[in-house]
Write a protein that binds this ligand. Structure first.
Ligand code: SF4
Length: 179
């Protein structure tokens, strides 16, 4: 017999137990994310520039392309705005209100982690203790095949690197091998 807890997604169970990845999280937006969200919603006031709440996040020494392309000289970067309670501005009663094709790349890729244009593993913040013994985290949160996630990571780095100007953009793309 299938119990009710098995029918409820891991993300739904997570939301009843802890702050989720759509709450109190700073979601960086690439210029491409901004274009896609504006096109899908007609809105223009969904992002702002802000330094990381956790200063440790500003230390991206292991990912120089990210450090150089995402952060402005004052340490701020473009992120989604929050509602008054700290939820993402696009989080509604039934989850994310954005169409899949307009979701920020960072949201699509999570819970995979990445650096230097490549996937590096899974985040440790999902409540994996709620998984069954035969369940895998990516499938439990509805992730597509790994190749699609890797393509999103490559797209993420291509979109952040456009801020560097054409010459440096090409040099970094070659060094990351994500053309
Ligand atoms: S854009 Fe959607 S998926 Fe991303 S944090 Fe906001 S509500 Fe969650």
């Amino acid at each position: 017999m299938t119990t009710r807890v098995e029918l409820v997604s891991l993300c739904a169970r997570c939301s009843t137990r802890q702050t989720t990845c759509c709450q109190k999280t700073e979601i960086y937006l690439t210029p491409g994310d901004v274009r896609r969200i504006a096109g899908a919603t007609g809105l223009t006031d969904f992002c702002e520039f802000s330094p990381p709440v956790n200063p440790a996040y500003g230390d991206q020494a292991d990912d120089p392309a990210w450090a150089r392309a995402v952060f402005r000289p004052d340490g701020s970067r473009r992120i989604l705005r929050h509602q008054g309670n700290g939820d993402c501005c696009f989080l509604g009663a039934t989850g994310c209100s954005l169409p899949a094709a307009a979701k920020p790349l960072i949201c699509r890729i999570y819970p995979y982690e990445y650096a230097n244009g490549r996937l590096t593993g899974l985040a440790t913040t999902c409540p994996v203790d709620l998984l069954g013994p035969d369940d895998a985290l990516p499938a439990a949160v509805g992730m597509p095949p790994l190749s699609e996630c890797a393509a999103w990571v490559a797209q993420l780095y291509r979109e952040i690197l456009v801020t560097l100007g054409s010459g440096l953009y090409f040099i970094v793309l070659v060094s990351l091998s994500i053309r």
